[in-house]
Design a protein around this ligand. Sequence first.
Ligand code: R5P
Length: 314
Amino acid sequence: MFAHYEMKIFSGSAHPELAKRICESIYQPLGNATVMQFADGESKVRINEDIRGRDIFIVQPTTSPANHHIMELCILVDAIRRASAARITAVIPYFGYARQDRKDRPRVPITAKLVANLLTAAGVNRVLTMDLHAQQIQGFFDIQVDHLYARPVMLRHLRAKANIHPLAVVSPDVGGLKMAEAFSQALGCGLATVAKRRKSDTEVDPLYLIGEVEGKNVFLVDDLTSTAGTLTSAARICKAHGAKEVFAGVSHAVLGELGYSRLAESEITELITTNSTPVAPPPGSKVEVLCVASLLGEAIKRIHNDESVSSLFE
Ligand code: R5P
């Protein structure tokens, strides 16, 4: 239905490098927009080309500083809507605030739902995202959501490793079991999980391990890592239960200094992640960044052409 409209891809300031690589992967020029800040920090946006009747995609992972990037995305959407675009798709490879998706104690917000409401109110017509913290967040939007997985990209990297078997895929917390199960199915190996208790934003206690890792390599898989507390404590308990080498994989890395230093000191040999966020591991770190630009580019092309995106899950 939109295939006969011209496609245009724009970038916010969150991750212009990813937007550039997405455009290169599908041979599209990056749309010409000014996205900057006024002296007082307010966002200043201008679309520098005619986009009337175009099918627009805006690449903006809502990574740190999340509030700024969310607001900037809304402002871009507003400018594009007022310039008479035919449709606006927000391409949010990393959806920030996703961990605030329920009232898990009294008097707290459901910020993920608030962000969905804000984007829709601004004029977003559909969303393309990847590995949401919880699949149910798709239902926070009353517009179409295409949800991709980084799994095929990570599996390609893992399968290229010699001698990775015998292997067990381990979820570092019970909430991630479904994601880990999909990896264990694809790799044809065992599945285990760690039960963790979160003590604070940065500290977790691994309580126990359910499943068998003795004498096996371990692949710890999670949607994201921030302070690396979850991954490194899970690696510790796996080692204590006789695991050989411990690898880890997360779709999104929002690592700070604490995360990198924990990883450096941990039992984890390598952490694979993707460029869904502008992750820049320090030289010599254990972090390997895989590119998801072609995956996102292909999904954009298919959405534009009204083609199925589900074959990209394999
Ligand atoms: C929580 O449920 C998430 O899936 C991650 O396990 C968690 O947010 C990772 O955070 P950190 O790296 O700070 O432990």
